[in-house]
Write a protein of this length. Structure first.
Length: 276
């Protein structure tokens, strides 16, 4: 996987949120379930679930949770960072920040937060990952979260402003001079190439578009702030980080808004799509 593809890979919580939205009510078909698991788990070892034995037994495969939560009332994925918990419930905020992601689900009158615990193994050349989704029952988050992450129209507007900020910041940072490899990747990310995500049908096209725009911006920020080797002093390094911090915030907020939705009833389940 090259650098751009790696940066454009969606977090597990985002993929799980989108597939829960896309499966709709009722038990998913075996085909839908298989494609969802392939999309969410990718090259990980099969994911397991723990922390809520009255929902699914500890150690159960992720497939059991997907069946249990099919047709959930509402779901959302959050991408908290230190200093910005992005709407994560207080009970799991620290865990969600450590993981960098969190899934929220409301189903059958109960609200849940699912935080992936990821354990790496293997070598640098052949890494592997064991993933356990730790479930926590939390307060009802549905009324509060939209005010935190905003609506899709608000997210689109914020992304337009963020793109302008990123363009100005990158010009000021002169990334091409001190990191030509990053500059080439940034040019690629600013296009509209197919990100290659395997998503279910029935998702809002606007939500998918916002998510793609947000994730390209996050990838650009990651590249531009990964190395301060071109900074003459610590002040310049801080300026680089501060210049793009608001861009990253807008992108994370937009990504959360893009995943905040309800399953669309009556949509076909069995034909996944690759999003452009």
């Amino acid at each position: 996987m090259d650098q751009v593809d790696q940066l454009m890979s969606l977090p597990r919580a985002v993929l799980l949120a989108l597939w829960l939205q896309g499966t709709g009510p009722g038990e998913p078909s075996p085909q839908t379930l298989g494609v969802a698991l392939r999309a969410i788990q990718d090259e990980d070892e099969p994911h397991t679930v723990a922390g809520a034995e009255d929902l699914v037994p500890d150690g159960a495969p992720l497939a059991d949770l997907l069946r249990r939560w099919a047709g959930a009332d509402q779901v959302a994925a959050l991408l908290p960072v230190p200093g910005d918990v992005s709407g994560a419930p207080a009970a799991v905020a620290d865990l969600a920040v450590d993981a960098g992601e969190c899934l929220l689900v409301h189903h059958e009158g109960r609200s849940w937060a699912a935080v992936p615990e990821v354990e790496g193994f293997g070598s640098e050349l052949e890494p592997g990952f064991l993933v356990t989704w730790r479930l926590h029952e939390v307060e009802d988050w549905r009324a509060r979260l939209p005010g935190v992450v905003g609506t899709l129209p608000e997210a689109e507007q914020a992304l337009r402003h963020a793109l302008r900020e990123a363009t100005e910041a990158l010009a000021g940072l002169d990334v091409a001079r001190w990191r030509p490899d990053a500059a080439e990747a940034i040019v690629a990310l600013r296009g509209d190439d197919d990100p290659g995500w395997l998503l279910p049908t029935g998702l809002s096209p606007r939500a998918v578009r916002v998510l793609a725009q947000a994730w390209r911006l996050r990838a650009i920020v990651a590249l531009a702030t990964a190395d301060d080797g071109g900074a003459v002093n610590l002040w310049q390094a801080d300026q680089r980080s501060a210049a793009l911090r608001h861009v990253d915030h807008a992108a994370r907020r937009a990504a959360a808004a893009a995943t905040l939705g309800r399953p669309r009833l009556g949509q076909p389940e069995d034909q996944p799509r690759t999003v452009r």
